[in-house]
Write a protein that binds this ligand. Sequence first.
Ligand code: 5GP
Length: 236
Amino acid sequence: MGKQTELYSGKAKTIYTTDDPDRLIMHFRDDTSAFDGQKMIQLQHKGATNNKFNAFVMTKLEAAGIPTHFEQMISEDESLVKALDMIPVECVVRNITAGSICKRLGVAEGMELDPPTFEFFLKNDALHDPMINEFHIRAFHWASNTEVAQMQALTFKANGVLKQLFEDSGILLVDYKLEFGRYHGEVVLGDEFTPDGCRLWDAKTRKKLDKDRFRQDLGDVIESYQEVAQRLGILS
Ligand code: 5GP
């Protein structure tokens, strides 16, 4: 199935239509961005690394009973996915404090959260993705009550699967962001799961192995993504 027209180009991925209205092609580019696109560079091999990483995680989630849009990898840096009607919210689960929760609540980085937290954010770069709650989602009709409940349940279900998956490779899943959409009436996991949208720390040293290396100018960004992929057995 070949690419037809460009449907949307985001900060790190470009989405193309195909001759099947129910299928899209997701191209992972080498671009990496932070702070709503204010900081942007190209990292060689990032597109291919993230494409493989995403395929691996989505396949694990699907096998655990979480419906995903992922169909198959079609090249080094492209995957075929189901065309979803995206719900414009981000679902964030945190197992350990880091990032925006530290600033917002004035708490130190690295505190274990038991139980984990769940937060919704509105997908809106111009507004810097503000935090919202279920009442905003219902009042502005971004999603129904049932869809809200499904997004929460599926995001937590993914936490169980992914925490263990990373833990088995000596990595802590600190937090992550998921996005969902509708596919023929069903709530399905869309977008991507890569080190661009989660925080991963080495379990022993707590070394950061995710996009915070880029956000915080820590260096070795792609090398860290590849290290995680190697530990998970995605890259040899
Ligand atoms: P925070 O709210 O601390 O900035 O982010 C929480 C988690 O969600 C982090 O793992 C972060 O990478 C991810 N996340 C939140 N918003 C975005 C976003 O707009 N894009 C990406 N790629 N990840 C995000």
